[in-house]
Ligand binder design. Structure first.
Ligand code: ZN
Length: 312
């Protein structure tokens, strides 16, 4: 593989997008399928609310479930994906972030909540999230084949790295580590670009760009977007040196193409703490920060986390 890829970057195009080609590196989180259940009437004792109820692909909604009398066995399902629900004991509500994968089909997405009341009778609550088409830009490129094809050894490496990341997304920490709002991971950063960019290389659709890229100088400090635990420090083929933070309740943020990581797996980091410096490691055409986020496996726009998230 040549060291220096050709200058493929068009104005406004993702720097990662130019060359991070090929495989569905960040494939969809395996969904948790359940057999169909008999339809039950909604019970007014179990109220389900979404704010907002309309979300673009890659967006985030706050899901709240309230119950007016004791329940047990709470289960929450968003589409065909189950999200962690706590033991209802000692609570009267549960509020959690729900993410819409950037490739979720536009249209209605059913939210179904189930529980059992004190007498053992089933309760259900439902809501519908309307997924809007984000109309992500499409980038068409024609590039020499050697730049889009990986040799066998590299392909095996990429597959190993993908499996490792999938293990991270499947690990759901049952508590939330953060309280304060999320922040941009760079000081004085301009707007990020490139989230959701759909790439068609030599006529073939490739995996979309799953992060937001920030222009930055090599060596600029990269700060934790919020409090969390370091889930992974790695040096991967596409992502280069990378740090992934677990913020709890299925939410992860990731920081790619770093010069080096300054943190260790398992370490607790605070919001704004310097965790690395900007670099251009992995498949990057120059120094920049690729900031990504996963929420219960859904590939969301990390900039959605900067909005007001009324969780308390
Ligand atoms: Zn990127």
């Amino acid at each position: 593989m040549p060291e220096s890829p050709p200058p493929l970057r068009a104005p406004g195009m993702s720097r990662c997008g130019a060359i991070r080609l090929g495989l569905a590196l960040f494939a969809f989180f395996p969904t948790l399928a359940h057999p169909p259940r008999p339809a039950l009437a909604d019970d007014p004792r179990l109220a389900v609310r979404l704010a907002p109820a309309e979300v673009r692909q890659g967006g985030v909604s706050v899901l709240s479930v309230k119950w007016s009398s004791p329940i047990r066995g709470l289960r929450i399902q968003v589409g065909d994906r189950e999200i962690a629900a706590p033991s209802p004991d000692g609570r009267s509500r549960w509020v959690v972030l729900t993410g819409i994968d950037l490739e979720q089909r536009p249209g209605p997405l059913a939210i179904r909540v189930e529980a059992v009341d004190g007498s053992g009778r089933p309760l259900t609550g439902q809501a519908t999230l309307r997924v809007l088409d984000a109309r992500f830009p499409v980038q068409r490129l024609t590039v020499p084949r050697p730049f889009v094809e990986l040799d066998i050894a590299t392909l095996e490496r990429v597959n190993r790295e993908k499996a490792l990341l999938d293990q991270v997304w499947e690990t759901l920490t049952p508590q939330r580590y953060w309280r304060d709002p999320f922040r941009v991971p760079l000081d004085g950063a301009g707007p990020a670009y490139g989230f959701g960019l759909r790439r068609i290389i030599n006529g073939e659709p490739r995996s979309p760009h799953t992060g937001a890229d920030f222009a930055a100088s090599a060596g600029a400090p990269v700060r934790a977007a919020n409090a969390g635990i370091v889930a992974l420090v790695a040096d991967h083929f596409f992502a280069g040196r990378s740090v992934i933070l677990d913020h709890g309740l299925g939410l992860y943020t990731m920081y790619f193409h770093l010069q080096e990581g300054l943190v260790q797996p398992g370490q607790r980091v605070e919001r704004g703490e310097i965790i690395a410096h900007v670099g251009s490691t992995g498949r990057a055409t120059g120094p920049h920060l690729h900031w990504g986020a996963r929420l219960y496996g859904a590939r969301i726009d990390p900039q959605e986390l900067l909005k007001r998230l009324p969780l308390d």
